[in-house]
Design a protein around this ligand. Structure first.
Ligand SMILES: [Zn+2]
Length: 371
């Protein structure tokens, strides 16, 4: 945000400001004193940080709280629409562009088909950026603090380049540069599976679905199928090989082989390449789909030793019935649904930017590891 200078090395004040915001994001109706206690910060600095955040319009006093001894401290909350991030999810066939607030709630979004036959990488990016320009117009420009991009495939560690993607004909796509040049909004990119796992973990939603020291298999189920292994705050995977496990005797895959997971369970395959979100396919889903997914899960279990699976991405919309059908075919496993709902991918891309410029959750986690 404008006043939160993220110079290197980050000042203690910057770090603590991010911690206070993170605390308010996941906690409800906390007072200054409670924030100080939760974060083990002294009351004076907590008070100064909160006062600054209030004067910047990021935090508001949300009324008085009840307390036993009659004193009524003021509870605080994030002003969710004080700032926005641009969320860009580059999928296999479509790109979703959204404007999200500080709680990663989308205010407006649009979905455009991707033109992978574009004559050049510039022409390909131009369509996405045009959509961004339309969406950005909906907010006061000074309130937009950055853009987060999620994309399938390998994204460079600095978040500036899509190194390779199974869905794109180009290598080393300088996506952050392209965005910053045209939109004048600082930009960061992340692999979509990692972004989904981050969103699930950081936004918390009071569930702690992925906060366990036991390894958890996270499956991004959508236009393709990707897997990550989550162990505490470490995440492995994000490769695209999971999609091409052989799980059936039929189904021509995008890779040219027969029987891949992707060719049997992805929204792309099940819809016959129509523009359909997985949420609209559960009702007609037939047994071979669950058989194929169960087989892939079984392989993942054998390799990782985990017995817990979280279904995410568009798969966060899986119905109770389908979850039960899948569960039946995976005895001994616990299969759960992501808490992110049908906007999972939009929220994940928003989280990439929110993590980088507001909550600094991934940085704080790394620091915690060093203490
Ligand atoms: Zn394949």
């Amino acid at each position: 945000m404008a006043d939160m200078k993220l110079s290197q090395p980050r000042s203690a004040r910057t770090i603590n400001t991010a911690r206070v915001l993170g605390c308010l994001r996941t906690g409800e109706n906390l007072s200054k004193a409670e924030i100080a206690r939760v974060l083990e910060l002294n009351k004076v600095s907590t008070g100064e940080i909160v006062d600054d955040l209030i004067s910047e319009g990021l935090v508001a006093e949300a009324g008085k709280m009840e307390s036993a001894n009659g004193r009524r401290p003021t509870c605080l909350s994030i002003v969710s629409d004080a700032r926005y991030v641009l969320s860009v999810d580059i999928g296999r066939r479509f790109c979703t562009v959204a404007l999200c607030n500080l709680l990663s709630e989308p205010l407006h979004f649009e979905r455009i088909p991707l033109n992978k036959d574009a004559a050049s990488v510039e022409a390909f990016c131009a369509e996405i950026i045009k959509s961004c320009i339309r969406v950005v117009r909906l907010a006061d420009r000074s309130r937009i603090i950055g853009a987060g991009i999620s994309a399938g495939g390998k994204v460079s560690a600095d978040g500036r380049t899509i190194v390779s993607s199974p869905y794109l004909p180009w290598k080393n796509l300088p996506i952050a540069d392209a965005f910053e040049k045209v939109l004048d909004i600082r930009t960061v990119a992340r692999n979509s599976t990692y972004a989904l796992v981050d969103a699930e973990r950081y936004a918390a939603y009071g569930t702690g679905l992925l906060s366990s020291d036991e390894p958890i298999i996270y499956i991004e189920w959508g236009d393709s199928v990707n897997m990550a292994l989550v162990c505490g705050d470490r995440v492995f995977g994000g490769a695209n090989d999971f999609a091409h496990l052989k799980v059936a005797q039929t189904g021509l895959c995008s890779c040219g082989r027969i029987g891949c997971l992707e060719a049997n369970v992805s929204a792309w395959a099940l819809s016959g390449n129509r523009d359909v979100h997985l949420k609209d396919l559960w009702n007609g889903m037939e047994e071979p789909v669950f058989d194929a997914m169960a087989k892939a899960i079984d392989m993942a279990v054998r390799i990782t030793g985990s017995d817990k699976v979280v279904i995410g991405g568009e798969g966060a919309t899986i119905t109770d019935y389908c979850l039960r059908e899948l569960q039946k075919k995976c005895p001994g496993m616990t299969i759960e649904r992501s808490m992110l709902g049908e906007k999972a991918n939009i929220m994940a891309a928003a989280e990439v930017a929110l993590d980088k410029w507001v909550y600094l959750t991934s940085v704080l986690e790394k620091m915690k590891g060093l203490l």
